[in-house]
Design a protein around this ligand. Structure first.
Ligand SMILES: Cc1cc2nc3c(=O)[nH]c(=O)nc-3n(C[C@H](O)[C@H](O)[C@H](O)COP(=O)(O)OP(=O)(O)OC[C@H]3O[C@@H](n4cnc5c(N)ncnc54)[C@H](O)[C@@H]3O)c2cc1C
Ligand code: FES
Length: 251
């Protein structure tokens, strides 16, 4: 794990209000795995904010984000040359094993975040990668994709198949998913063995504060920042995600 003062090198818009930020972080770029995240901090926030690593090359990592509150608005207002504190890579990513022939990646909205890196790793293991790329409408659909085949799906039919990413998804030897937790609960119903990247609140991001507890079907809790954020879908007790939080599955 590295703690870097890292310079923002570029920023590009990929959907309405959604941007990809490139950050010079060679130490993290060299070792990060798909599904892992970085915890970013800057002068305007007390607690760091977690972001999945979207892409990584020799020198840079990228994260994709949208303004949902104060922190993400501040980050989107920054630009090339600004320096942020970057802690990572953190968490346990997608465990992909050689031998599978097909990988199906399912993303909803900002759930695109871990997918380009996941597509790269699955391709490197010889899998044919299909990315089912969903959002509410074309405006909210990230324009970037990766893999051998891309299936677009929008709730309102403004691009690709009209319907959810799950209804548009074929079966695969390996299924990976990221998106709203309600979507991931539906993924668990159809593919209990799928690997899903969940969202929780996070305080420390390093396993200390227990702010990211995820209820498990076998009983007890895990720390999303340490044992997660990627889980076998059937291992999460989706209905027990805290109902007072925005990421609950039942309210
Ligand atoms: C492992 C992980 C990876 C993530 N990756 C990405 C990513 O790649 N791109 C991205 O845009 N976002 C990602 N998120 C969510 C992101 O961290 C939150 O949206 C961000 O912390 C909100 O900060 P804020 O100050 O803008 O919002 P706040 O002002 O703190 O809150 C604004 C709204 O966002 C909700 N919120 C706050 N924190 C979280 C959270 N951690 N999860 C869900 N809802 C939250 C609040 O309930 C509120 O409705 C990830 C979260 C986790 C746990
Ligand atoms: S965020 Fe502190 S233990 Fe996970």
């Amino acid at each position: 794990m590295f703690l870097l003062n890292a310079r923002i090198t570029a920023m590009r818009e990929v959907a309405r209000g959604m941007a990809v930020i490139s950050i010079a972080a060679p130490e993290i770029a060299a070792i990060v795995r798909a599904g892992q995240f970085v915890n970013l901090g800057w002068a305007g926030v007390f607690l760091r904010r977690p972001f999945s690593v979207y892409r990584a090359d020799g020198e840079r990592i990228e994260v994709v984000l949208k303004a949902v509150g104060r922190g993400t608005s501040q980050l989107l207002a920054m630009g090339p040359g600004d320096v942020i504190s970057c802690l990572g890579p953190l968490g346990h990513g997608f465990d992909l094993e050689a031998g599978s022939r097909t990988a199906v990646l399912i993303s909803g909205g900002l759930g695109v975040a871990p997918m380009p890196l996941a597509a790269k790793e699955a391709s490197a293991l010889g899998m044919r990668v299909t990315w089912v790329h969903g959002a509410r409408s074309i405006d909210e659909l990230c324009s970037e994709s990766a893999g051998d085949e891309v299936i677009w799906a929008t709730d309102d039919g403004s691009r690709g198949i009209a319907g959810t990413a799950i209804s548009a998804a074929p079966d695969g030897d390996v299924v990976l998913a990221c998106g709203p937790n309600r979507m991931l609960a539906a993924v668990a119903d159809r593919w209990p063995e799928a690997l899903v990247a969940v969202e929780t609140y996070m305080g420390c991001g390093t396993g200390v504060c227990l702010g990211c507890a995820v209820p498990l079907t076998r009983g007890g809790y895990d720390r999303a920042c340490k044992e997660g954020p990627v889980y076998r879908a059937a291992d999460i007790d989706w209905a027990a995600l805290p109902s007072h939080l925005s990421y609950a599955v039942t309210v």
